[in-house]
Structures are given as structure tokens and as C-alpha cells.
Design a protein around this ligand. Structure first.
Ligand SMILES: [Zn+2]
Length: 97
């Protein structure tokens, strides 16, 4: 099940940074990244974005921790509560930025 993150998280649009992945795309791709399912080009862009984006680096760390605790990660593991937490997190980053 894939939901539209653009619809769910319209505030995730943190502005265009040229050809780099924006944070919204990182959120969408993180499970594929962690599963090694990204193409080499997408993986490179993903990691290139992380290098310049502490927010997504932190997000990825949280996802890794979630997987470590759960032993796996499926879209169903992103509970409404977790989505809400992420919403607050990104909103806070946006306010600070
Ligand atoms: Zn980012």
C-alpha cells in the first residue's frame, strides 16, 4: 500500500534544490533504500541528499531504529501515530528553518 505523501504531507515541500531529491521523496524512498531496492542512480541521489540534509539523516536513523525494534519494516508498520509524529517533526524543522 502506497499513500500519496504529497497529499498527506504537503508541508514536506521544502523547496527545490535543483536535481536533488527533496525531503518528501526521501521519505517515500526510505523503505526501498533500507531494503536495497533502489536503483544505483536513485541510491546515489538518496545518499547525496542525506549528506546535505540533517533532517532526513535523522529520519533515516529513526527508521533504522524502528526496523531494529520491529525486526522488519512494512508500510503497515507506519502506524497513524508514527505518521503523526513525523508530521510534528517536520513541522518543527520547518518552523526552525
Ligand atoms: Zn531532506
Amino acid at each position: 500500500m502506497r499513500i500519496s505523501f504529497q497529499r498527506a504531507y504537503p508541508w514536506l515541500r521544502v523547496g527545490s534544490r535543483g536535481p536533488d531529491l527533496v525531503c518528501q521523496q526521501v521519505v517515500e524512498l526510505v523503505t526501498d533504500y533500507l531494503e536495497g531496492a533502489l536503483s544505483p542512480a536513485d541510491r546515489w541521489r538518496f545518499e547525496a541528499h542525506l549528506e546535505g540534509c540533517p533532517h532526513c539523516t535523522e529520519y533515516l536513523a529513526q527508521m533504522r531504529e524502528t526496523i531494529r525494534l520491529a525486526g522488519r519494516l512494512t508500510p503497515e508498520d507506519l502506524t497513524p501515530a508514527m505518521r503523526s509524529d513525523l508530521t510534528d517533526l517536520y513541522r518543527q524543522w520547518r518552523a526552525e528553518g
